[in-house]
Design a binder for this molecule. Structure first.
Ligand code: HEM
Ligand SMILES: CC(C)=CCC/C(C)=C/CC/C(C)=C/COP(=O)(O)OP(=O)(O)O
Length: 318
């Protein structure tokens, strides 16, 4: 064999070896999903914020301290059922996820966790969560939390997400439920103040999500999901963000006006809302390429601090 032919042959062999190695690595990846993959399936950071809103719902429902058993079993049950809903969302959406740049690396979309294993995981989380609520908290909370799971994993993910650009407005009700779930965990009944907290998260959801949808407009178009920026244009979506943020500013006054919260809340929430409104207006009239993502990130900080402010206000001795 000439020197050139020998080099070519070696090169081809190396290429074949590296292809085989890649296939073996892929197969091993498929078989060996780590605990991190399962953890990721539960959307942990989203669930943490949901749990914060549930905790605040619990604390605001009573003028004393929340009973430890209710606190632990309630948080565990709401957290596990929310996680189960998130896992089902990964299963139902695995094809969409594999098309979008933001989500293609997710464990089910990538094939690291099989659909069967993900469903078994979701069932286990859901069962333990439901039993924890039913046994240690109360049946009203258990059923309402299960209803929220169905709202997110079935009604939003399987149907609304693919059907209408109003998907997240209607579907947002499930994600907004936790403060009420916290409230019913403590009192066993639905109270207008619990519903007011739901209304706050419900109104916050459209600006939260649409800001991201603007930034990821091409992703959703590629996956053929009818999100508002794709169906009605980016400019119309920005107007909707401004209007929902305005509505949020007004609704956030209600806890003070109804006597649920005091002056500390009024000042804190007004500052947060003023900055949210500033970002929404900047996005509409003076956007730079980063404004949509800045607004999305701030929305998360906004809700987190808003609920911490509600909590501090509740325990302030004035
Ligand atoms: C239907 C309603 C909602 C929709 C469509 C929505 C959509 C999204 C999307 C697409 C992301 C990006 C996830 C990623 O980076 O992969 C996200 C992130 C996030 N969402 Fe929402 N969301 C909704 C409701 C909520 C609610 C109710 C909460 C909490 C109370 C929440 C909290 C968060 C948090 C904390 C993140 C950041 C997650 C991270 O950094 O990993 N979302 N949301
Ligand atoms: C029991 C209970 C309270 C259930 C609610 C559970 C839950 C995880 C709500 C959060 C809503 C959310 C992250 C929507 C994004 O879904 P998406 O599919 O539009 O976003 P993705 O593309 O990032 O998956």
């Amino acid at each position: 064999m000439s020197r050139a032919a020998e080099l070519k042959s070696n090169h081809q062999q190396a290429h074949t070896n590296s292809t085989q190695t890649a296939q073996v690595v892929n197969a091993t990846e498929h078989m060996r999903a780590s605990w991190r993959d399962y953890y990721e399936l539960t959307k942990p950071r989203v669930v943490m914020l949901l749990l914060l809103t549930a905790l605040v719902g619990m604390c605001l429902a009573t003028s004393t301290w929340v009973e430890p058993v209710i606190l632990v079993a309630g948080m565990l049950g709401i957290g596990l059922l929310s996680s189960a809903a998130a896992v089902i969302n990964h299963v139902v959406d695995h094809k969409i996820d594999s098309v979008m740049a933001r989500t293609f690396n997710r464990p089910v979309a990538k094939g690291k966790v099989s659909i069967r294993n993900a469903l078994i995981f979701a069932l286990a989380l859901g069962l333990v969560g439901f039993v924890a609520l039913a046994v240690f908290v109360n049946m009203l909370t258990a059923w309402l939390t299960l209803l929220s799971l169905v709202g997110y994993a079935v009604i939003y993910t399987m149907y609304l997400k693919r059907a209408t650009p109003q998907n997240i407005v209607i579907g947002g009700l499930a994600g907004a439920a936790p403060p009420l779930l916290g409230w019913t965990a403590v009192t066993g009944e639905i109270h207008a103040y619990g519903l007011l907290l739901v209304l706050i998260v419900f109104t916050w959801t459209p600006p939260h999500f649409w800001a991201l949808a603007i930034h990821r407009e091409k992703d959703y178009a590629k996956a053929k999901i009818p999100m508002l920026p794709n169906t009605h244009g980016v400019d119309f979506t920005k107007t909707c963000i401004v209007l929902y943020t305005l509505l949020l500013c007004l609704i956030c006054l209600l806890p003070y006006l109804t006597g649920m919260s005091g002056m500390f809340y009024l000042v804190g929430s007004s500052m947060l809302n003023a900055y949210f409104m500033y970002l929404a207006l900047k996005l509409k009239y003076r956007a730079s390429p980063t404004t949509a993502m800045t607004t999305f990130k701030f929305s998360i900080l906004h809700l987190m601090v808003l609920f911490v402010v509600l909590l501090i206000d509740h325990y302030l001795p004035i």
